[in-house]
Structure formats: C-alpha cells, structure tokens
Design a protein around this ligand. Sequence first.
Ligand SMILES: [Zn+2]
Ligand SMILES: [Zn+2]
Length: 473
Amino acid sequence: MFARMAKTTRAAAAAAKKKNQQEESLSQLSKREENEVEEAEDDDLGVSVHNTQTFAALASQDTAATTIAESASAALEVGTKPVAASTKKRGVVDEEETTTRVIKKARVRKDEVMIPAARTAGVKMMVGAHVSMSGGVQHAITNSLNIGGNAFALFLKSQRKWVSADLKEADAKAFRAGCEKNGFDPRKHVLPHGSYLINLANGDAEKAKKAYNCFLDDLKRCERLGIGLYNFHPGSTLGLSRSESLSRVARALNKAHSETKFCITVLENMAGAGNVIGGKFEDLRDIIAKVKDKDRVGVCLDTCHLFAAGHDIRTQESYDEVMSNFDRIIGRKYLMALHINDSKAPLASKRDLHQNIGLGFLGLEPFRIIMNDERLESLPLILETPMEEEKTWAEEIKLLESLVGVEGDDPEFLATAKELADSGAGERRTAGIAAQKKAAKAVAKPGKRGRKGRNNGESDSEGGDSDDGEHRC
Ligand SMILES: [Zn+2]
Ligand SMILES: [Zn+2]
C-alpha cells in the first residue's frame, strides 16, 4: 500500500516543483498587495497561495461536481464503497448521453472530474486539507469529499481583500445542510483560515481597526455557518515592543469574543522570522494569559512552522519533548488543530516553505508519530502541502491514515519513507543551499533596518508574517 502512495507522491513532487514557480510569482503578488492592500484586485475566492485552480475548476463544474459529490456522500451514508458508487453514477451519465451539447459537455467534464479517493469511515484521526470555496462556501464540502477528507480548512472570503461581499444566506444554509448531510461536525472538524492581511498586533490605530473589522467579520461568518474554530496568524510586532504587541492581540480577541457567541479563536504557531509573533510557544502563552474567556482561545500547531522555528519533531523522543514543552508552556488543553506539512527548509531555518509529506526535511517519521498520538484524536489535521491536482491530497490523506498502528521499524514503512525521501532529495539540496546562503548573508549584513533579531530580506507586511518568496498558511 505504501509503495503505491509513494509513487503518487513522487508525481506530486514533480508537480510541486512546477508549483514552486507559481508560488514565487503569487508570493510576489502577495507582497505587492500587502503594500497596496487598498487596491487589492479581485481574486478567485478561497484559492490559497498553495492551492492551484483545480478546485476552483471543480467547484464551477456544477453538473459534474454535484453528481460526484452526491455519489460520494450517498455512498458515505449507506456505508458502501464510494468509489464504486461514483463509478456507477458516472456510468449512468454515460448511458444518458445522447446528442445534446450539454450532455456532451458533461461527458468531457466527467473525464476531468474524478473522485481520487473516498473518505475512510470510522477513523479517529480526522485528516483533511485546505480546500477551495470558490463559487461559495458550500463548495468546500464537495472539494473535501472529492479528496476523502474527514476534516477541512477553507478561507471564508478573499484572503487578499479587507472587505468582501456578505455571505449569502443561501450559501450559508447550503453549507450547514451539507455538513450535516455528510457528517462533518462544523464545530470541531472545519477550520477556516483567517485572511493574510489581518495583523491584530498592528500599532497603527487605523490599520488595527481595519484588521479587527476584517477579523470580526470572519468570526461572524463562522458563527453563521455553525463553525466552532477559526485559525489565524498572531501577526507581527512590525518592530514595536513585543509585550505591547501581544497585549494588542489579546485585547482584540477579548473584544471579538464579546461581540460573538461561541467560535474559538485559534492562534497558529509560526516559523518565527524577524518580528513575526508565534515562533515561540511563549508568545502564544502570553497572548492566552491576557484572554479573558479561556474557552474561546486555542492553538493550531503547524508541523512545518514548528520545525522551521527550531522545534525538532523528527524522532519519537524529540517529538515527545516538543509536545511536553507545549504542554508545560501553553497547555495541552489549548491544542485545537494541526496543520500537517513537511518542510522544504531545514530545522530552525525560520522559513515557511511547505513541502509534500515525506519529501522534505521532516520526512515521513514525524507524521507516523503524529498519526499514532492518541492525544490528537478527533482534532482536525489539515494538509497545506503543495497541490497540483486533487489526487495529491487524496493520496496524502490515505498515506497518513495508513500510518495508524504502524511501528517505526516496519520494513514497508521504512521503504516508503526512504522512497519519498529520495524523491525529495533534489529539492532539499536546493533549499538547504538557499538557506545557507541566506544565513551567511544575514551574518554579513545583519538586519536591513538594523533591528535586533531580524532576518535579512524579511519583510513585515501589515499581515505580519510574510517572508520573501515564502509560502504562507
Ligand atoms: Zn506555513
Ligand atoms: Zn496559517
């Protein structure tokens, strides 16, 4: 089983390589938009920097996508094998095909739209991915069903605009109904990601207000959708006092909690370059300490960010140590979710560069450890890995699920881990050299603005956590 997945993941690696170039240009676009946020242009709702247009395309293919979604969900309900069910349904489409143009079109779509994987029933580890909601929030459910996710993340609106059109009531209703129909608990297994623009730590009153309004709007959207978790980046000090910055974040959270009812605000740990808040567990601890309603605040741990920030989770021993530090400093009860990403950059690189599972500097072992950590049962485990086609995530979900109950010395597991590691070797070499060059440059020319602790080349956006050429999520 592992071998087949490794093969697909290798294909993903090749696709990811191509995607890197796309990320670079998108990243540059992001940087421009951070500088000119007011002029942010229309973008395809919900397609993140790391998500390609595939899901947008899927979501807009109403006939075919709905057919597939229905067959997947119907299969889920009756407990049969969804792939078989979907094949049958597609067969029906074939039979019905006659001479009309519309149906011909549907046939073309049928070939393009396939369910790469069905959901695994009865699992305790809720794996999914950050999917597109292009065309309406309810499409995130279809997109998640298509890749076999038991949990999912999404943007609630354009992540590049301060103000977006109101959530349509019909869409909200369809989302709530879709979650119920397909057995997604929106209070626990749906983890929206906040806008990149939001920096609640911003010391400029006007900008802080704009960020807060955008944040509050997101939280209100969550509550209309019945969503109980909302993940966001703690922000950036922008060079101002760290303790003041953390207080500003906490104050914004307290205000937002008072203006909403139940949604838990989930702070994400960050790779921690320069002024970014959240690279250290202590940052998150100090924010939480100032939050009045402790039931409304939590933490999402991103594996790539952990590693980039210097938390080594590559062995059982080091993973246990990191998690016990988390427990001691922040408290295990605050852990609400994980972002499951390998890292293209080495340990403590402070670089936010996601990689496909097993191909990066983390390798497959930490993901085996995570998938066997019973304390993480029922938490949303969200992939934000590079994705060229939906099959990538579908395979990664199945790969992760297959690691449950597998020992670290299992020969088949070791062979798969090696195969994945081998296929990611080239990219790791390139990234390693780049990281070394960057570090050397930083030593030679410390802090372009002369502030202590800055990484050279890092830029502080209003959103607070951008880094040059970096993937952000
Ligand atoms: Zn990231
Ligand atoms: Zn994130």
